[in-house]
Design a binder for this molecule. Structure first.
Ligand SMILES: [Zn+2]
Length: 127
């Protein structure tokens, strides 16, 4: 029994057009563009969040240092990965800390805005 072909209007169907050296149909092209935009939004969100947390740490070095010390104590390992995990844990704790969490959302919103501008600048070609 032949493998069932996916309907048009999905990223998989778009890839099938490309593999068959066909010009993707409108439905498939739209589905592909939406998937690309979604991917950029999700990865962009992660990067924007990371930058917003780093900025917050720069604004509150003492609080961050104390959260970092706590995270490091709680960390079972001591290798490079453990250091990265401790730093990430401290950044997340800082973003949620009640004395500074009001500052985090505006920082994140600003970074997301920057990320959106960048995504619009390099949007996938229309074909
Ligand atoms: Zn199609």
């Amino acid at each position: 029994m032949p493998r069932e072909l996916k309907e048009h209007g999905t990223p998989a169907a778009y890839e099938r057009h490309r593999r068959n050296h066909e010009r993707p149909c409108e439905q498939c092209r739209l589905a592909h563009n939406a998937a690309v935009a979604d991917y950029q939004r999700r990865t962009g969100r992660g990067r924007a969040r990371q930058r917003a947390m780093t900025t917050l740490a720069r604004h509150h070095p003492q609080l961050f240092a104390s959260l970092h010390a706590q995270a490091w104590l709680a960390e079972p390992g001591t290798d490079r990965k453990a250091r990265v995990r401790a730093r990430q844990a401290a950044l997340r704790a800082l973003a949620k800390h009640e004395s500074v969490c009001d500052e985090f959302e505006p920082l994140l919103a600003a970074e997301l805005h920057t990320e959106d501008q960048a995504a619009r600048g390099k949007q996938a070609p229309q074909d």
